[in-house]
Design a protein around this ligand. Structure first.
Ligand SMILES: NC(=O)c1ccc[n+]([C@@H]2O[C@H](COP(=O)([O-])OP(=O)(O)OC[C@H]3O[C@@H](n4cnc5c(N)ncnc54)[C@H](OP(=O)(O)O)[C@@H]3O)[C@@H](O)[C@H]2O)c1
Length: 280
């Protein structure tokens, strides 16, 4: 059985990957409490004697708004932390998978495929892209977009944020003239199963099958979970970025390379989540 060492194993995406692929691989989680990726000597000590086949690097500074205030920290974790791990993994001649983000594209000329030109607009995106540049051509780069899942206590994705507001009968204002490409985390996990078994140092977009506006996404959530659609208002991207700068407008992300797993649309993902929630 392949041994996968990974960072970010208790994060929103990583914890679901481990949950779903536990029967297929032997996971070796490297939690921050045991290995802070910004502490090079600690990383060196931990990894030099560790036996693994592939390193899956999910840990990141993921607070997009926070990164604007904490630029140094975002780079320290997303760029320098990535370098600290990659240098050792590369020296050991082991395979490395870096998880990146759709935010590295500027959202001005969609769609964005694996070979489209990145043009990060904010600190988070620039720091993630800096991580990509460290490993490029020598590791697999997985770009994911707006990952969502049925449940995860520690952090809300956009789907659960919208759903929770509507469940509390709170008004929700969603952008009507922008696009996002929501990606069901279970699909990301099953794609990774294939890619781990068929490793190649290339870029792959693991993204939902179709983009939609945040407004349409909110309506689909209300429809699926019988919530009050009249609570959903519209705003524009231009208005939104006055308060929260940096959000790419047209995050229509697609893959030319994913011919191995059929990704769900948002509607299909919501149906699967509704089934999963009934079984909780
Ligand atoms: N969520 C999204 O919308 C999204 C979209 C596109 C791409 N991505 C990428 O997908 C990956 C996973 O995202 P996520 O949403 O699952 O992240 P998350 O839930 O915010 O978790 C971040 C993980 O990174 C760990 N971490 C942070 N700083 C660390 C450090 N200095 N040393 C070691 N570990 C550290 C955290 O450990 P603690 O739990 O100990 O803090 C946590 O396990 C990231 O690379 C992210 O950039 C996410």
């Amino acid at each position: 059985m392949l041994k996968i060492a990974l960072t970010g194993a208790d994060g929103m995406v990583g914890s679901r990957i481990v949950e779903l692929l536990n029967p297929d691989f032997q996971f070796i989680p490297l939690y921050q409490s045991k290995m802070d990726i910004t502490e090079k000597p600690q990383v060196q000590k931990k990894l030099s004697n560790l036996d693994f086949d592939i390193f899956l690097h999910l840990a990141a500074y993921t607070n997009v708004a926070g990164a604007e205030q904490h630029k140094e920290l975002a780079y320290k974790i997303n760029r320098d932390g990535t370098r600290n791990i990659f240098e050792i993994v590369d020296n050991k001649k082991k395979k490395f998978i870096y998880v990146s983000s759709d935010f590295i594209f500027d959202g001005k000329n969609p769609p964005y495929f694996e070979d489209s030109k990145p043009n990060p607009q904010d600190v988070y995106a620039s720091s993630k892209y800096a991580g990509e540049k460290i490993v490029k051509d020598r590791a697999m780069i997985i770009r994911i977009a707006y990952p969502y899942r049925a449940d995860f206590a520690s952090k809300k994705d956009f789907f659960r944020t919208f759903k929770s507001l509507l469940e509390q009968n709170k008004r929700l204002v969603a952008i009507n003239d922008s696009l996002l490409t929501p990606t069901f985390i279970d699909d990301i996990a099953y794609c990774l199963k294939y890619l781990i078994n068929n490793f190649s140092p290339e870029i792959f977009h693991l993204v939902g099958s179709a983009p939609l506006s945040p407004y349409r996404a909110a309506i689909q959530i209300a429809d699926k979970f019988s919530l009050d659609k009249s609570l959903i208002g519209k705003t524009t991207h231009a208005e939104y970025v006055k308060l929260k700068p940096g959000l790419p407008k047209l995050s229509d992300i697609r893959s030319k390379k994913n011919n191995f797993y059929k990704m769900k649309s948002f509607k299909e993902g919501l149906s699967e989540i509704a089934k999963q929630l009934q079984n909780f």
